[in-house]
Design a protein around this ligand. Sequence first.
Ligand code: SAM
Length: 280
Amino acid sequence: MAQIDDLPPLREVIATHGLDAKKSLGQNFLLDLNLTSRIARSAGALEGYTVLEVGPGPGGLTRALLAAGADQVIAIEKDTRCLPALAEISDHYDGRLRVISDDALKVNPTSLGIDGPIRIVANLPYNVGTQLLLNWITGDDWPPFWTSLTLLFQKEVGERIVAKPGSKAYGRLGVLTGWRCHSGMLFDIGPKAFTPPPKVTSSVVHLTPNPSPLPCSLKDLEKVTQAAFGQRRKMLRASLKSLGKAPEPILEAADILPTSRAEEIDVEGFVRIANAFSGN
Ligand code: SAM
């Protein structure tokens, strides 16, 4: 294991503070500092950035982010058992770590008074990961408050985020992400790297905001993709009936064949459908 600082090894931290993993909090800890350093490096340059981390747990990734030069890490952790371990990291790194003891779903990052650019880096708890991603990519303000997202998901979720039309993984998440972001899968991490090991492989996904997404109402894009992928095997002339407006004129205005199926339509096509649905 790489020595990145003079703090105790993570296994010792977990034993000292009694941080037995809780399944209900999606706790699968990364204890290999080579891996956490690799994730930190894959986020891009960290000097000059504030990093927002969700779920620092015992602080493996947090330490890697600080060692990699982040000006400041703001870490939101729901499990109060982790606070003493995180306080030790904060002391060691001269207060560059600020811990917020809360549920990340309830914290509005723009209210934290952060100056300067922000990168979000996290080994996300599997039970709230997708919702957090949706919160970050569907904000009203665009470009958003963050410069990049470097996130660990279950591989299957990562594949849905970066999915392109025609693939099995392509769905609502891929359209919303593809509309607002540039995204890519960086590398996989097998179950054995985690304590305790999860059942599935994980993947690191990197996203940056598309500064000028095609003009469209987010609400209508969400409605249209929900209807289309809610019955993905049906032709759009059938699946879009649930929108409460006749699908054929909408599809004609969007220049989409009514016999097409959701997974054949690219992001631009969905934007045209959403705009036709809005009446634009
Ligand atoms: N970052 C650590 C690592 O890589 O070893 C822990 C990652 S673990 C997959 C997820 C972490 O998120 C846990 O520490 C868990 O307590 C925390 N967590 C779970 N739900 C949360 C929530 N709603 N808000 C903030 N933290 C949460």
